[in-house]
Design a protein around this ligand. Sequence first.
Ligand code: AMP
Ligand code: MG
Length: 333
Amino acid sequence: MINIKEPKIEFAINAVRQAASLAGDIQREMVSVAITKDDRSPVTVADFAAQAVVSSLLGKRFPDAILVGEEQAGALRSPEGRETLDRVTNFVNRVILGVTPKLVCEYIDRGDAAPGKNYWTLDPIDGTKGFLRRAQYACALAYVEDGKVQLGVLGCPNMNSDLREDIGGSGSLLVAKKGSGSWMTELRESQEGYQYSPLTVSTRLEPKHARLMRSFESGHTNISQVDHFQEELGSKADPVRMDSQVKYALLAAGQGEIYLRLLSPDRMDYREKIWDQAAGSVIVEEAGGRVTDLDGNSLDFSQGRTLKKNRGICATNGIIHEAALTALRKINA
Ligand code: AMP
Ligand code: MG
């Protein structure tokens, strides 16, 4: 069981619920207008607003905690950023009444800290391209101690509480604590309280029947290697293409067996950002799965803002992991 009244867990669930719900509002209210103009401003507004909300709540609950967030407020402080800052402030004001533009910038920049021995890490909007396409994205918050993720929360506004796609629906929230399993509930605020159901990975044994997930954006992976990998496993089903850490959520819930992040041929030096992997990876591990890099090494969150010592990601239901790593070696991934 997980004790959702534990202070860090209670804080993280509430912070993600507030931030992801606000992101959902911003997507509903701004994206359909902007989409025709190839305008990225809705995701910019949502990114900043969600980080400001989480950071402000963290500062109130744990004033000494370190936050490593994806965003910095520099651009908002410039005269050109003023309009965006006003929009961000208006949205943040729905959660933090009376907030000022100056405070919004301060909250955001609190997330500019260097990762210490213990730190929180936040991706306010993971899957920005999915957000703009009105597809999948997630708000991801995790707590790391000594390089290991201890707690992870994912808010998925466009997945319903059975983890089926539901754009603009009630959303789902996943939480895992090391040693306490992975759990799922509704994202939407409810006066009646929340039911938490346990998440477990799929028990499929046969690599050839494995359902594979990969980034929607081809530039974030290596699609020809994904094909070779599947040939090696003997798997024929088309991989599921999806944005963001929602892929980790599906793996944890048994809706797929393998999630790969191969290195793009244009960016062989790419190293994963801590906030892109922290929450999702602990949710998969606590649901019974395994997460390593492409060489089978465990993820080391003690190396700064990126996973400097790891190359790519191989996440599976556990049972298939060795077969997946063998296939990766064979194709020289
Ligand atoms: P996904 O939707 O799974 O592709 O994950 C989105 C995340 O991919 C973003 O938050 C980016 O930080 C990250 N990203 C950006 N460029 C790359 C790249 N070349 N390879 C892998 N991930 C990337
Ligand atoms: Mg991200």
